[in-house]
Design a protein around this ligand. Structure first.
Ligand code: ZN
Length: 414
């Protein structure tokens, strides 16, 4: 194994991992916060140190360009982009997003060191607010870039501290009114390849360090508001209560039952209780459902079963229910031609190409609607993700960087 590449990867990865350490555990780099800004500054510095030219697009995504010299082919051929995201979920792991950005920077620098020259422009991209951990808008940067999310419709969304997206963008130095799509930039891209830590144990079972994504399951997020009546926990008789927490309990169990029945996954991972007082019957509960399934229709069935169960429980407990969609992403099948070229790159490196679907959303999934996109996964021995325990072996990460370098060479340098 190439020690130089290994050292460069480790140093670069450690630099980003030093940003946003959460005292409560793991990493917290929410979009447009001081931690996010520090990560974006880190990206700019790392890219410039590698001779790349850094710019920000109108959606707030960062692009570090490695351009052909001589200019003969420049402009004639579409660019090849690689990359991922710098933000994390609250208390997330070190690899999700970070691995793909670091791998992109290291892979491009490695090709340059080997005196490989690009015939097409190559970009390492850091997409903005991929996780949606602050405003509930996952893949914000790629969706705004692609024109599938109109920022004007969400600028008044507030985070848990009450800060609106518009204010957060302004704090980060962006003009909210100028945030928008960039069809010209998109049209100039021939391919996008996102390397990502695997978020399951699919590759561990195949004994390969790197694999390919075949598809992304359709997924969505819904907000549930259950309203009852706040009252005294001691003096209010059980039969007189309108306790929304009972509705939430039924909702959580219904989500689980529907997911089991349909072979899908559903999670209630966030709830707000009002007034959140030990000796009060709550007056209102807000909760968020995240659901994913292999097919769009299955997701519809899951949501219908969930809604019916929640309404039934609400009727029993005297509650009012409001269920509203916050985001939904359709199924994505990654480009077959591009997947084939990536598979050949892996085979050339002695890695049997294993293809796996994923139930996680990614910027590559958003861009797949506009241009050929694909993903490389790096093996995750435990499968844990969105947790401080998320992990990938150094050797596997380096194998991922080498595979990505081979892909960039194949797509942009031949
Ligand atoms: Zn990610």
């Amino acid at each position: 194994m190439d020690e130089r590449l290994r050292d460069d990867f480790q140093r670069c990865f450690d630099g980003l991992a030093a940003i946003g350490r959460d005292p409560a555990g793991g990493w917290t780099r929410l979009a447009w916060t001081a931690e996010d800004r520090a990560a974006r500054d880190w990206f700019g510095a790392e890219a410039r140190a590698r001779g790349l030219e850094v710019e920000q697009d109108p959606a707030g995504n960062l692009w570090a360009w490695w351009r052909p010299t001589g200019g003969a082919e420049e402009g004639a051929a579409g660019a090849v982009a690689v990359g991922s995201h710098l933000d994390t979920v609250p208390g997330g792991g070190a690899y999700d997003g970070a691995l793909g950005v670091v791998a992109g920077l290291v892979a491009v620098a490695e090709l340059a060191r080997r005196e490989v020259t690009p015939l097409r422009p190559v970009a390492v991209v850091a997409f903005a607010d991929e996780e949606g951990g602050r405003f509930g808008l996952p893949t914000f940067g790629s969706r705004v870039l692609a024109g599938t999310l109109d920022p004007a419709t969400v600028l008044d969304r507030a985070d848990q501290a009450g800060t609106t997206l518009a204010a957060a963008l302004r704090d980060a130095g962006l003009d909210p009114a100028a945030v928008g799509p960039d069809p010209e930039r998109l049209a100039g891209l021939a391919a996008f390849v996102e390397l990502h830590v695997e978020q399951g144990r699919g590759l561990a079972g195949h004994g390969v360090p790197v694999g390919l994504a075949s598809a992304i399951w359709p997924h969505g997020r819904w907000r549930l508001t259950l309203t009852g009546a706040a009252d005294h926990a001691g003096t209010t008789r059980l039969q007189d209560r309108r306790d929304p927490m009972l509705g939430l309990a039924a909702a959580i169990l219904a989500a689980r039952a529907a997911a089991e029945e349909l072979g899908a996954v559903a999670t209630v991972g966030r709830a707000l209780v009002r007034p959140n007082s030990t000796n009060s019957v709550p007056g209102q509960v807000l909760a968020w459902l995240d659901a994913r399934a292999e097919r769009d229709q299955t997701l519809d069935w899951l949501l219908a079963a969930f809604q019916a169960a929640v309404e039934e429980a609400a009727g029993r407990h005297g509650l009012t229910v409001e269920l509203s969609g916050e985001s939904r992403s359709p199924a994505v099948d990654f480009d077959a031609g591009l997947r084939g070229r990536l598979a050949a790159c892996l085979r050339d490196r002695g890695v049997e190409p294993v293809e796996l679907p994923t139930a996680a959303g990614h910027d590559a999934g958003v861009l797949a609607a506009s241009l050929p996109a694909a993903m490389l996964f790096v093996r995750n021995p435990t499968g844990t993700s969105h947790s401080p325990a998320e992990r990938a072996e150094l050797d596997d990460c380096v194998a991922g960087v080498e595979a990505l370098a081979a892909v960039v060479e194949e797509l942009a340098c031949r």
